[in-house]
Design a protein around this ligand. Structure first.
Ligand code: WT7
Length: 654
């Protein structure tokens, strides 16, 4: 490849623009004055945002760059995350609902800030009774029950960093994480509910702990009442433990740079990375971005429909919203249980005004059709959010029209487990949005797109997304592995944080995320982004979801192989496949026409809903398939592999 070629070519053009509705513009939390102030003095801006928190001891320095890229924020300051989420709201809003919780089977709880405070204090005291102290790591392996945020906050209260492991992970994944940070305690439940079935959480913990000698205590929530085996001396029922505790517990004063939590994220290869987040900068960042991106008002009912097992749940279910004293919704179960209208009933019941979810969920709802949302009262909604992947313009339009009733702005928020907070996103009162674009870096955030040499590319060009300035909620390191931290994020372009995503800016400077760098294809010497071809496919009325990968090709280097699921009721045949190939060629150009399209009932996805393109690449290249146990739906893989073999044979006949 010649040096002059842009790192990623971008062919897709999207020209729809949605200016902020008047009522947003008139009362916006984040204004253009604020944006200007932040641009003029980023550190001053973050200091002002941090002073919304309650500090036990003021900080001496806003940002310490001396050990770069091991940055420190608000050094010398002391605070407690749990006290910021709970104690300081008690006087003014102790009776306000913190969470409307719904269990999957239909049971429900309304938890006020005072209730939450007392539950957190009791568990914090209980953990201390079990010998957990400041600095000890605690693993949390639960479904989306109220005890999950309670456990996170109880750990934060006593200064014990938590590591939440998603309840859908296997015993193996759990023990790997527990071992990596030598947890001394685990908080779990007998079982969890998912799609009307139970998940054996306690049995998984028992299996995991066989290889985790560091764990001395397990606390077990009784959720389903299912039978569990018991290790005397190690296992403790949650309800018995908290019952004997006082409902007050003084919060541990934490240094701004003390560990708040570790959260593991899987890289494409190698063992999971333990992302380290500390206290002061993280809390300032999540509270600030939650308030501004979601244009938070006092009467909002906010629902982030993620799982606390992901960073989205940490930052935008627990720490950000509670620091802002906001009323939220927690839902335990699957979106389709007992029927496809479950989410929309929840919105109707609690008059939800802000909904934050992921493109994968939106595309699933698209597949299910419009009857379910159309049959519910969604008029309480005023703002919608998206996170986790680039949102295809077609899914954006569907979300806008069928969920938002055409009146709600959409904030497409780009960020990562590593960044801790939203980094690139519209501000709904001032940003004109374009379907599929995350728009601009937030106030106080520096982002750029660079070429192979690390030079900023011009408008209209694609390249590597980098962050140019430290930010308060940034990861501090990878747990126990400073070397890997330096190597992964800071070695490619000195002084710049490498996000690992491709992106382009359009002529107006809007950022368009193009997927992970590893997912880029090289077709006849052109570097093409998978997401643009996927979006062109999803743009066709018959298509619900699409995944595109490059397959080794003797002539073109890589050939485009597409995997497509159809919307409910549409029957796929050879004619439709031909039509879809033509559709992509028309939207993007002949170079982007897929060589083969496999129609499949489902796509292989990680448990957080991201399409596993790596696996589809293996299938397309007819390679031995690696480990599929982290997939949410491993059974589709064999089926797709068989169809791909047939499609490859057909494609090569042309
Ligand atoms: C990766 C981070 C951030 C919480 C959930 C995922 C992709 C995330 C967007 C978006 C395009 C997005 C990126 C990023 N991503 N949000 N709005 N548009 N891509 O956290 O598991 O750490 O994944 O998700 O590829 O690098 P994560």
């Amino acid at each position: 490849m010649s040096n002059r070629q842009p790192p990623i070519e971008s062919l897709e053009v999207e020209d729809r623009v949605f200016p902020p509705p008047e009522q947003f513009a008139a009362r916006a939390v984040a204004t253009s004055d604020l944006v200007a102030a932040a641009a003029a003095d980023p550190e001053g801006y973050w200091a002002a945002e941090a002073s919304r928190l309650e500090w036990i001891e003021p900080w001496q320095q806003v940002l310490d760059r001396s050990g770069a890229p091991f940055f420190k924020w608000f050094t010398g300051g002391r605070l407690n995350a749990s006290a910021n989420c709970l104690d300081r709201h008690l006087a003014e809003r102790g009776d306000r609902v913190a969470f409307y919780w719904e269990g999957e089977p239909g049971d429900a709880q309304e938890i006020t800030y005072r209730d939450l405070y007392e539950r957190v204090c009791r568990l914090a005291n209980g953990l201390r009774e079990l010998g957990v102290g400041k600095g000890d790591r605690v693993a949390i392996y639960l479904g989306m029950v109220p005890e999950l945020p309670v456990a996170m906050l109880a750990c934060a209260r006593i200064g014990a960093p938590h590591t939440v492991v998603f309840g859908g992970f296997s015993p193996n994944a759990l023990s790997e994480r527990i071992q990596d940070c030598s947890c001394t305690a685990v908080i779990t439940a007998d079982e969890g509910w998912r799609n009307g079935k139970t998940i054996p959480l306690k049995a998984n913990v028992d299996a995991a702990l066989e290889s985790c000698p560091s764990v001395e205590a397990a606390v077990v929530v009784r959720r389903t009442g299912g039978e569990v085996t018991w290790a005397e001396g190690r296992d403790h029922w949650y309800h018995e433990l908290v019952e004997r505790q006082a409902p007050a517990c003084p919060p541990e004063p934490m240094d701004s740079e003390d560990l708040l939590y570790i959260l593991y994220t899987s890289g494409t290869t190698g063992k999971p990375k333990g992302i380290v987040h500390t206290t002061g900068g993280y809390m300032a960042g999540v509270a600030s971005t939650h308030r501004q991106v979601f244009d938070l008002r006092d009467d909002d009912v906010y629902w982030c429909a993620a799982d606390c097992g992901w960073v989205t749940g940490h930052s935008y279910i627990v720490y950000g919203p509670l620091a802002n004293g906001c009323t939220g919704v927690l839902y335990e179960g699957a979106p389709g249980f007992p029927g496809p209208d479950r989410w929309w009933r929840i919105i109707e019941r609690h008059r939800v005004s802000i909904l934050y979810t992921a493109p994968t969920a939106i595309r699933t709802f698209m597949k299910w059709g419009t009857d379910a949302p159309a049959g519910c009262d969604l008029t309480s909604l005023r703002l919608l959010g998206s996170v986790g992947e680039p949102i295809n313009p077609e899914a954006w339009m569907w979300y806008h029209q069928h969920i938002g009733g055409g009146r709600c702005p959409i904030v497409d928020t780009w960020w990562q487990t590593e960044t801790g907070t939203i980094m690139i996103s519209p501000l709904p009162g001032i940003t004109s949005t374009k379907p599929g674009s995350a728009t601009f870096p937030l106030p106080g955030v520096g982002a750029d797109i660079v070429d192979e040499a690390g030079t900023s590319v011009g408008l209209g060009q694609g390249g590597y997304l980098v962050l140019t300035e430290p930010w308060p909620a940034m990861l501090r390191t990878l747990y126990g592995d400073d070397e890997r931290y330096l190597e992964t994020y800071w070695s490619r372009f000195p002084g710049l944080y490498l996000a690992g995503d491709g992106a382009r800016r359009d002529e107006e400077g809007y950022f368009w995320l193009l997927g992970r760098i590893d997912d880029v294809m090289n077709v006849s010497g052109h570097r093409l982004s998978t997401i643009e071809i996927e979006s062109a496919l999803v743009d066709h009325p018959a298509v619900a979801e699409a995944a595109v990968v490059g397959r080794a090709d003797a002539i073109t280097g890589q050939a485009i192989a597409a995997f497509v699921t159809l919307v409910g009721g549409v029957v796929g045949d050879e004619d439709l496949i031909g039509e879809l190939r033509g559709h992509v060629a028309k939207r993007i150009g002949p170079i982007a026409r897929p060589q083969s399209i496999v129609l499949t009932a489902d796509l292989p996805k990680t448990r957080s809903g991201k399409i596993m393109r790596r696996l589809l690449r293996d299938i397309s290249d007819d390679r031995q398939l690696g480990d599929v146990t982290t997939l949410a739906n491993a059974e589709v893989v064999r089926e797709i592999a068989d169809m791909a073999t047939a499609a490859r044979a057909a494609g090569q006949e042309e």
